[in-house]
Design a protein around this ligand. Structure first.
Ligand SMILES: [Zn+2]
Length: 582
């Protein structure tokens, strides 16, 4: 008994020691590897950090002399230190919650049969959760993927609600139990810009099309215990840190939680939060009496508002100027009629009103726009609003921009708009784009044109839509070669390595309104850093994906990305108590 107790106490002591995060001394000099500043000069030998800020950069001798004997010398052992990557557009809460969903995605499946097999296997076991969610249904990545019928869905799960979300998150398939719990019947009107699929007799098919309809369905989904959601969120934020990010832009905190913004705000003063979040809330989550944050030293800032002007290219939702291509893919798998045009979510007058309200309250306005018509509508509205309420340097943003034209890129520049591009479309869907938009694939995601027009454009991966992976995103912007293909798509739109890395550091910092504090290594800026196994500027673009992320720092302190750590343990205990109390 005595020995058992001793062993237990010893194990607990070891665990607490293991689970306690590392801390760095308050003064450190880094040397012994390339220090890439993303500023001027572009590479230095040494950097002195004090109390979380960059104190000095330069030659080893100059920095050592300035720092004196108080600073600890840390050798990089030939690795490369850079400003931490900044993801300008992502959805960490949705990524966290979908992390526990059944994965039927095109990253892990090659056919409909495989996906159905995964569903059958998963649903055959014991599932304690009240709703079953599967994620990743992808008719573009998986060829010949007919949507699941209501019959199939009901057979998979006769009693419990079952929802299969598409990879693009703009469509879902619900079984009868899920439709019932959400109160969706054949008489339920379609929400704006969205639809509940119906057959020729008006009966529901289980298909739920576009964001407003998907949100209507998921409102009925019971929320998890708050501490469990918090734990999953922290694990996901650690995944971003493992990818090399130190700041992320949360463009619409979508995901079922009681208070998504409050959850992120709760991490604001937490020195163990794995990344900093800059948040653009949904209009319904924001209170216009509350001003956006101006303190950049915390790990949470409320910056703006997020709207959707159109939908996804992969559901028929993108408001392109010309109809979708008439192909087997669009007819048979997306069920689009020849001549199909994606709808716009707002009339011009209504959007002038919405944009104007947030613009006047000082919010940065970010709008999902894939097609030319969506982009035109946002720019028309902005022009009207800026005429009555001028705002120099407003930083409003257009998101994704699949088919933005050269004229629109120039007009956006003239109106002071920022552009963020979703280049993973080229990598994951590039081989199928001609079947969706024909020749227009040759001007898809025109990032090079945006750079040439003087935009400080950015690149994002919109997780969970594509996996976290900044080096893959930058590589794709430099090569533009689809995963299933050898030829570049629109090679004139390729970026240089300097442009690609600026997009994910200095430009992204600017877009999120934190460029005076982060994004490059300069005296006085926060010591938010990423350590890479190789210098990407000396690496062939094809090999960028092989670079390892060795760690990140925020405010000069190493980021703890372990799932089991002391802060996470106390949240886990709280989650257990909350579950027991239910
Ligand atoms: Zn998004």
């Amino acid at each position: 008994m005595g020995i058992a107790l001793l062993v237990l106490v010893g194990a607990a002591a070891l665990f607490v020691r293991y689970a306690t995060p590392d801390t760095a001394p308050s003064e450190v000099v880094f040397l012994g590897g390339d220090i890439v500043t993303m500023g001027d000069p572009s590479v230095v030998e040494a950097m002195w950090i004090k109390d979380g800020r960059i104190e000095q950069l330069g030659s080893e001798s100059a920095v050592r002399e300035a720092a004196g004997s108080d600073a600890e010398i840390v050798s990089l052992d030939g690795a490369t230190l850079m400003p931490g990557f900044i993801e300008p557009h992502t959805h960490p809460l949705a990524t966290a919650l979908l992390g526990s969903a059944i994965d039927v995605g095109g990253f892990t499946h090659d056919s409909r049969a495989q996906m159905m097999e995964t569903l059958h296997e998963a649903l055959g076991g014991f599932l304690p959760q009240p709703w079953i969610i599967a994620f990743g249904w992808d008719p573009i990545m998986i060829r010949n993927l007919a949507p699941p019928t209501l019959e199939e869905l009901d057979e998979l799960s006769p009693d419990k609600p079952l929802v299969i979300l598409t990879q693009a998150m703009h469509e879902a398939f619900a079984n009868s139990a899920a439709l019932r719990e959400a109160g969706i019947t054949r008489d339920t009107p379609d929400p704006p810009g969205a639809a509940f699929g119906r057959d020729e007799h008006g009966e529901l098919t289980g298909s739920v099309l576009e964001v407003n309809a998907v949100n209507y369905l998921l409102r009925a989904l019971p929320a998890l215990p708050p501490a469990l959601t918090e734990l999953m969120l922290r694990w996901t934020l650690a995944d971003y840190a493992r990818g090399g990010f130190t700041t992320i832009g949360v463009l619409g905190p979508v995901g079922r939680a009681e208070d998504p913004i409050g959850l992120l705000r709760g991490l604001g003063d937490d020195p163990h939060a794995p990344v900093r979040s800059v948040v653009y809330g949904l209009p319904s989550q924001l209170d216009l009496d509350e001003k956006p944050d101006t303190n950049h030293d915390t790990r949470f800032e409320l910056r703006g508002v997020k709207f959707w002007m159109d939908g996804s290219p992969y559901t028929g939702g993108a408001a392109f100027a010309e109809p979708y291509a008439d192909t087997e893919l669009t007819r048979e798998e997306l069920h689009l009629k020849p001549g199909h045009m994606g709808p716009l979510n707002y009339e011009l007058g209504a959007f002038i009103e919405e944009l104007g309200r947030f613009h006047r309250a000082g919010y940065h306005v970010a709008v999902h726009t894939q097609g030319e018509r969506a982009i035109e509508r946002v720019l028309d509205a902005a022009e009207a609003v800026l005429k009555t309420d001028p705002w120099e340097d407003h930083r409003h943003r257009l998101e994704h921009n699949a088919l933005i034209t050269t004229e629109q890129i120039q007009r956006a520049k003239a109106l002071g708009f920022e552009l963020s591009f979703f280049t993973d479309h080229i990598y994951y869907y590039g081989d199928r784009l001609p079947e969706l938009v024909g020749d227009r694939a040759e001007r898809y995601m025109p990032v090079g044109t945006a750079f040439r027009a003087g935009h400080r454009a950015t690149l994002h991966s919109d997780n969970p839509m594509t996996p976290i992976g900044p080096l893959r995103v930058m590589r794709t912007s430099m090569l533009r070669i689809p995963r299933r293909g050898d030829e570049p798509l629109a090679p004139t739109e390729r970026l240089t390595v300097a442009e690609a890395f600026a997009a994910m550091t200095t430009h992204a910092a600017r877009q999120l309104g934190v460029e005076e504090h982060r994004g490059s290594l300069e005296q006085g800026k926060a010591a938010d850093l990423v350590l890479l196994s190789r210098n990407p500027f000396d690496t062939a673009p094809e090999e960028l994906g092989d670079i390892e992320v060795l760690g990140t720092w925020i405010d000069g302190q190493p980021v703890d990305t372990r799932r089991v750590s002391r802060p996470n343990l106390s949240i886990a205990l709280r989650a257990v108590r909350q579950m027991a109390a239910r």
